[in-house]
Write a protein that binds this ligand. Sequence first.
Ligand code: M6R
Length: 369
Amino acid sequence: EKGGYEHFMLKEIHEQPTALRDTLLPLINHQEGEAPSLREDMMPLGADEVRKIEHISILACGTASHAGLIGKAMIEKYARIPVDVDIGSEYRYRDPIVQPNTLFIVISQSGETADTIAALRDAQQKGATVLAITNVVGSTISREADKVIYTWAGPEIAVASTKAYISQLMVLYVLMLDFCLKRGKMDAAQVSGILGELLELPQKAQLILDQKDAVQKFAHQFFDREHAFYLGRGVDYSLAMEASLKLKEISYVHSEAYAAGELKHGTIALIEEGTLVVALATQDALFEKMLSNITEVKVRGAKVLALVNDGNHQIDNEVDYVWYLPPVSNMLAPMLAIIPMQLLAYYISLEKGCDIDKPRNLAKSVTVE
Ligand code: M6R
């Protein structure tokens, strides 16, 4: 049942190229020799509905909320619609203000998370339209939402979410492209170009998986650390949150995700000789800033592992280890950058002998508050 892998988590990490493809293909027209385009019949909202949106609220818990943060960044940057992201357990008790023409997007792998369901119901009671992104057909969330768009990651057994997260990102990118097209922020040719890049992601994800031994070696050297810090800016900060959650969830290493610019507002006090710092630096526009944050932790003795774009050698002499992503645009980098982070958490947990698929105190689906 684990398909030859030692754990479901490792199997599911390896299923990500397939999950990306299976989630994308039903949403697009893609014939040999023709430019890919979005399938209008598969888009959850019509052009009039999309043009009316003034505001988007994303509601989710845990990893799904981290996918939501990347969705926010993309939708705001390209479709120019304001988006906020809330975790279900906070949203439901805040008596939130629902502005007119707000679209709610709830994200849930299982479709059964109690706090996400409660937030969905609250939003509906206040008259809002709720679009769900879920992996389980027939789940409570799929039945109660006004519209549904599915991730096709297949059953996710390991408690730590991997292939569901990457599939949620894929759906959010497609939604962003649909919004851009319908609101005149991109033309069909631009959308087609990006869809072409999305179609290449599975193969690039595979390239990362093929290099997993390098991640394992790194894990072997650093699994004994008590603390780890993940730093990033912009989408790399959202990614840092997901990377950090993965590590603490399955390996019980205390870890924190920090917006790199926040370091000097307190956290840098925790950096000492040998502290493990993972620096995510995939965004060109923020690279120089990241570089100076990396130098700040380096001079305080941190061991730094950096994740950068293919061909970026500016950092080679500044840090202890560098991983390079396969060639990918800044826009799509998060979908690849998360994979080495999942592998890192996996191998650290393996070195520590933890129960990887069923970490202590956690359930796969949190159906109680
Ligand atoms: O099924 P859901 O996507 O609603 O679950 C939400 C969280 O409980 C879940 O993502 C959790 O954070 C994962 N175990 C993280 O790996």
